[in-house]
Design a protein around this ligand. Structure first.
Ligand SMILES: Cc1cc2nc3c(=O)[nH]c(=O)nc-3n(C[C@H](O)[C@H](O)[C@H](O)COP(=O)(O)OP(=O)(O)OC[C@H]3O[C@@H](n4cnc5c(N)ncnc54)[C@H](O)[C@@H]3O)c2cc1C
Length: 274
């Protein structure tokens, strides 16, 4: 019998190739003690940290929006990191250490590296940590817990995100050779608060249209998604500020479209979901 978390790469590939819609596929969940190897400002407001360490040898990541929790010390500076158990899960200590969730923008197992891209905003535990992080600083990452794999069998894809969803969209485009081969198309809508965020590099692909939307006068994401003319066989990926995604969720429900929509953060709330 195949355990719930066995063969994750194969099960993701099977769903990508022959499935429909989104399927959750669990990974063996581990913890990696890494250090910061490189820092790069991808845009003036998006900082990439490359993390490295031998514990990344057994890291699992097979889909574009895979994410990890960065585990931070408690307020008094002490560490209580989660511990892997024999169920391929983590036992978390009580009280829980502070954590924040970030997308695996790139993984290179041979080099034992992962990239995380941080939106720089003031007053956040993770954002401020990343901004101050020096080469050689420790970074403990837990996960990813598993894939929300969405099939490669749809005719059209809509990716509606704000800048926190850019790492997932960028990785999806990097890994989307199948898209052109399948003759599928995609519309990417990215909402941003600052013009210089539009410099974030996205791989260009035939059949993929990218539009940048300014949030200066309030979120337009829902209205712009509603105005799209999409075929019935459309899959929708949404990620960003939780309130701004509500209208996208309503449209998806009305159209009865397969979707994976996740509030990545919420205005005024620290550590949403962490
Ligand atoms: C599955 C998943 C994947 C994610 N991937 C990424 C990623 O790759 N890159 C990324 O930057 N974020 C990503 N996020 C969002 C990130 O986890 C949150 O933005 C998180 O709150 C940041 O933590 P913080 O400690 O910096 O701020 P917090 O301490 O959580 O929040 C402090 C204050 O800052 C505000 N705030 C939080 N995030 C933002 C923001 N982006 N812009 C403006 N204000 C903000 C909060 O509303 C709060 O008022 C992801 C979230 C999820 C659930």
């Amino acid at each position: 019998m195949i355990g719930q978390r066995d063969r994750p790469a194969e099960r993701v590939a099977e769903h990508h190739g022959a499935g429909r819609g989104m399927q959750r596929i669990g990974y063996p969940i581990g913890i990696c003690r890494t250090t910061v190897a490189r820092r790069e400002l991808v845009t003036p407001r998006m900082l990439r940290l490359t993390l490295t360490g031998d514990e990344l040898a057994g890291f699992h990541s097979y889909v574009a929006d895979d994410h990890v929790k960065i585990v931070f010390p408690h307020a008094d500076g002490t560490r209580t990191d989660p511990v892997p158990n024999d169920q391929q899960l983590l036992d978390w200590p009580k009280p829980l250490p502070p954590t924040r969730t970030y997308t695996i923008r790139r993984v290179d197992l041979a080099a034992r590296e992962v990239d995380l891209d941080f939106v720089l905003h003031s007053g956040g535990l993770a954002g401020d940590w990343a901004e101050a992080a020096a080469i050689g600083d420790p970074a403990v990452i837990a996960g990813p817990p598993g894939a929300k794999a969405f099939a490669h069998t749809h005719r059209h894809y809509v990716l509606a995100v704000d800048v926190t969803g850019l790492p997932a969209v960028a990785r999806w485009l990097d890994e989307a050779d199948w898209l052109e081969a399948a003759g599928a198309t995609a519309q990417v809508l990215v909402e941003h608060d600052h013009e210089d965020e539009t410099g974030y590099p996205l791989q260009q692909r035939a059949g993929v249209e990218v539009r940048w939307l300014s949030r200066a006068e309030g979120s337009q994401l829902g209205a712009q998604v509603r105005a799209l003319d999409v075929p019935d066989d459309t899959f929708v990926f949404g990620a960003g500020e939780a309130e701004d995604l509500k209208d996208v969720r309503r449209w998806v429900a009305q159209r009865d479209l397969p979707a994976s929509i996740t509030g990545y953060w919420k205005r005024g709330v620290a550590g949403l979901d962490d």
